[in-house]
Write a protein that binds this ligand. Structure first.
Ligand code: G3P
Length: 217
């Protein structure tokens, strides 16, 4: 499973890339707005200059024609840009048309196996089941990821699954066990994935013991 960062925060992306584990980035209008940034295009282009991998940027308009026009424009921002389109009926039409033009689409806001099936049939490069938001309403978000993986394997679809709306490190482990192609995670969750108190305590003890016998303390 690859890890994407789910953020529009440039400093977080720079740090994640330094750790050598960030293979892509996903953004959405909420994430960009939360950085107080206005120009979506320049933010996405800056991210593309930092990360050598897919960078998702979402359409911010409604209606087939408007989404198509904006999707085509977003696709020109950088060769690694993936256009995020909502998993609606209109979004399906837009996805099919963009995919036919060779534009990579990430169908987002996916909450059912049928939406994911249709996303694959329409030619989406990625589909993003929102795990945390399903958990929030008392449904098992990770069960949806497993269901989609089963269906995609059964029919050999090329569409890659991005476990999204990840809220904590256990979601990452569960997504990996479910066979998800990618998990897109907030920076805080990426930090939590590597953190373990026994590692920190053990490391502090090793260093203290070494300082003692080597006369450094
Ligand atoms: O990747 C989708 C993500 O940005 C949504 O996360 O936590 O707002 O449900 P959340």
């Amino acid at each position: 499973m690859r890890i994407f960062l789910d953020t529009a925060n440039i400093a977080q992306i720079r740090q994640g890339v330094k750790w050598g584990v960030v293979a892509g980035v996903t953004t959405n209008p909420t994430l960009v707005a939360s950085e107080g940034l206005k120009d979506y295009k320049s933010v996405v282009q800056e991210i593309c200059a930092i990360v050598d991998g897919p960078v998702s940027a979402e359409v911010t308009v409604e209606g087939v024609d408007a989404m198509l026009a904006q999707g085509r424009d977003i696709a020109k921002w950088h060769e690694n840009v993936v256009v995020k389109i909502p998993a609606t009926a209109e979004g399906l039409e837009v996805t099919a048309k963009l995919a036919a033009e060779g534009i990579k689409v990430n169908m987002t806001l996916c909450f059912s196996a049928n939406q994911a099936l249709l996303a694959a049939l329409a030619g989406a490069a990625f589909v993003s089941p929102f795990v945390g938001r399903l958990d929030d309403i008392g449904q098992d978000g990770m069960a949806l990821v497993k269901e989609i993986m089963d269906i995609y394997k059964e029919y050999d679809f090329d569409t890659e699954v991005i476990a999204a709306s990840i809220r904590h490190p256990m979601h990452c482990t569960a997504a990996a066990k479910a066979g998800s192609d990618i998990a897109t995670v907030p920076f805080k969750v990426l930090e939590q994935m590597m953190k373990h108190p026994l590692t920190d305590a053990g490391n502090a003890r090793f260093l203290a013991d070494w300082r003692r016998v080597s006369g450094q303390s």
